[in-house]
Design a protein around this ligand. Structure first.
Ligand SMILES: [Zn+2]
Length: 378
């Protein structure tokens, strides 16, 4: 075909302008190939890795035709021998890549690799894995797309498993990880003849929590004992949690700072801070944070996304909570009181319960009674 270029007029140019208008590259679908059209074609060619000449030849024409398709406008599948090509395929590939499915380069071609990754996605969300992207798969992509922005397939599994497992604590495995231990006391604050350490206080919290969770029917594992031998790395803690097949992972720390005015509680879940996040981990962190703030009066230092090994390598929803500052006289006075530590434990307990409790039966933060939980699951 003779390329369309500057100065041409007619229905074909109108069609070109209409497609460019749909891509927001020109203002309207007029029928003159003017400067605006030429500039738009150049920028379109640049974006697609085509030869940038400002003219619409056969190759650019095919690319423009493919660009018309919006994701969801047609069913996508691995067509043979001519694969489907289009903007919609490109959008699907980008979406899959964001969620951690390796489709290779997002080239806008629905090839065998894209089909394989769609099948894997379908398996993970419980759809029939035919590798084709029809209405049901599109719906699942949209639904999960809102919840999971970026990340790894395992987060989809996390979310789906939680939905499937139902509101039952009994038989669930929870890993409690008291921070530090062994040769590493963590934050240390001398207090007259006494010496408060983060390792001891976090172990005390973990042991109290272990008792409460076990009484509610959960299988509970601690990552360390009260007096450890060598130091346990975050990597080793994550591996242990994975080997034990935990459903939830809670790491307990107490913070410290040179400024004794620093105080409060903060919770951490896996995430990069620019949208990539463990959805279920974020929910767990949010619940733990809310319950502790509501029940203890510790200052709310919010939840934060972190890429720490402990949160990144654990294969289950994981949270690390820093319960107050040992270096703050205000927080320390609370933390050394066993009754206060029981309130912290009640709060974590309520957060775990909320993770599994049906949303419609939920009650206001800070008001959940663990005895109700036991009655509910009995
Ligand atoms: Zn610590």
């Amino acid at each position: 075909m003779r390329p369309y270029r500057l100065g041409d007029i007619g229905p074909a140019v109108r069609e070109i302008n209409q497609i460019l208008a749909g891509l927001d590259l020109v203002a309207s679908g007029h029928d003159e190939y003017d400067d605006a059209t030429e500039n738009a074609v150049r920028s379109f060619q640049q974006g697609r890795g085509l030869t940038v000449d400002g003219q619409v030849g056969a190759e650019t024409w095919r690319a423009l035709e493919a660009a018309q398709w919006r994701l969801g406008a047609r069913a996508l599948f691995h067509a043979i021998p001519e694969p489907l090509v289009g903007e919609d395929v490109h959008a699907l590939q980008e979406r899959l890549l964001e969620m951690g499915y390796d489709v290779g380069r997002a080239d806008g071609i629905y090839g065998p690799r894209t089909a394989r990754m769609v099948a894997q996605f379908q398996r993970e969300v419980g759809l029939y894995p035919d590798g084709a992207c029809g209405p049901q798969t599109m719906h699942a992509l949209r639904r999960l797309g809102r919840k999971v922005v970026g990340g790894r397939p395992q987060w989809l599994r996390e979310a789906e498993e939680f939905r499937r497992n139902g509101p039952n604590l009994i038989g669930k495995t929870i890993i409690i990880d008291p921070g530090h231990g062994g040769d590493d006391p963590g934050i240390v604050v001398p207090d007259g003849p006494l010496r408060w350490t983060e390792a001891d206080l976090s172990f005390d919290l973990a042991a109290r929590l272990e008792g409460r969770l076990a009484a509610a029917g959960m299988r509970v594992h601690l990552t360390r004992g009260p007096v450890g031998t060598g130091e346990l790395t975050d990597l080793a803690r994550a591996q242990l949690a994975n080997e034990l097949g935990g459903d939830l992972f809670i790491s307990l720390h107490i913070d410290g700072h040179a400024n004794t005015d620093a105080d409060g509680v903060a919770s951490f879940h896996y995430g990069t801070g620019n949208g990539v996040t463990s959805t279920v981990g974020e929910r767990l962190a949010g619940l733990v944070q809310r319950e502790i703030v509501a029940r203890t009066g510790l200052r709310n230092c919010q939840t934060h996304a972190k890429t720490w090994e402990l949160l990144r390598l654990t294969r289950m929803p994981a949270v690390r909570v820093d319960v107050g500052y040992l270096t703050s006289p205000l927080d320390r006075e609370r933390l050394i009181d066993p009754h206060f530590r029981d309130r912290v434990v009640e709060a974590v307990m309520a957060a775990v319960q909320r993770m599994y409790f049906p949303v419609e039966q939920d009650v206001p933060t800070g008001s959940f009674d663990v005895r109700e939980l036991r009655a509910a699951v009995a």
